[in-house]
Design a protein around this ligand. Structure first.
Ligand code: PGA
Length: 255
């Protein structure tokens, strides 16, 4: 059976108001019912999750958080626990995004968060990616180390609650140096599967969803999914525009 594509919108610290968030969510929700081969999720800022969860009674769109605490409760000012997210029917948690790693999040912290999310039954969207691509392919070693460290607490059985998002840091955001070429993406995804297969088993590595993220838009989305071999996309800027995001969903659904 064909694996469903998973398209996740990462709203980052946007939009500015609850009303704008609700409008964006509604505009996407109106369109998603027709997509059969695509799972859709959006990850708004924490403060909007409760309101959007209330608007989502039919669960047409899965909700995700952009981060999560590794602790269950207690003296952790400013943190949000997996349990709190579960009460809002949140399904995904982005963990280890490069923008958070740039704020000091280490592989060890990422690993603890992945364990907390998976134990609670959330699906961890584990972000990995190199800062730069060198011609000698040393970046592959960096990816390998990130994956091994971030999954150190995860058993083969738990891996079904983990999705990997390959996001080369140089391809993310308004200052991106470019996007990854589909052939290069395919090679990198094969490499990631090899790392997973060495850590777990070939079967599990094969079944794992590997998404691509970094300057995805409605023009290049198809190439990452087709030639690039990604099982889905993590979309930043283009997910803030309902029209563009829905266009990406249509492309994914037609593959
Ligand atoms: P971008 O962000 O699509 O705006 O490059 C992607 C991400 O950071 O997840």
């Amino acid at each position: 059976m064909k694996q469903k594509q998973l398209i996740i919108g990462n709203w980052k610290m946007n939009p500015r108001t609850v009303l704008e968030a609700q409008k964006l969510f509604d505009d996407i929700k109106k369109e998603v019912a027709v997509f059969q081969g695509t799972d859709v999720a959006v990850c708004p800022p924490f403060v909007f999750l409760s309101g959007l969860s209330a608007l989502n009674s039919g669960k047409e769109i899965s909700l995700g958080a952009q981060n999560v605490s590794s602790e269950e409760e207690g003296a952790c000012t400013g943190e949000i626990s997996v349990g709190m997210l579960k009460t809002l029917s949140v399904k995904f948690a982005i963990i280890g995004h490069s923008e958070r790693r740039a704020m000091g999040e280490t592989d060890e912290m990422v690993s603890k968060k992945v364990v907390a999310a998976v134990k609670a039954g959330l699906t961890a969207v584990l972000c990995v990616g190199e800062r730069e691509r060198d011609h000698e392919s040393a970046f592959l070693q960096i990816l390998k180390e990130q994956i091994i460290a971030s999954l150190s607490g995860i058993s083969e059985r738990q891996l079904k609650n983990v999705v990997i998002a390959y996001e080369p840091v140089w391809a993310i955001g308004a200052k991106a140096k470019g996007v990854v070429e589909p052939e290069a993406l395919l090679e990198t995804i094969i490499f990631i599967r090899k790392v997973l297969s060495d850590l777990y088993s070939q079967k599990t590595a094969h079944a794992m969803k590997i998404l691509y993220g970094g300057s995805v838009d409605e023009k290049n989305a198809g190439s990452f999914l087709k030639e690039g071999g990604a099982n889905g996309l993590l979309v930043g800027r283009a997910s803030l525009n309902a029209k563009k995001f829905v266009e990406i969903l249509k492309i994914a659904d037609n593959i």
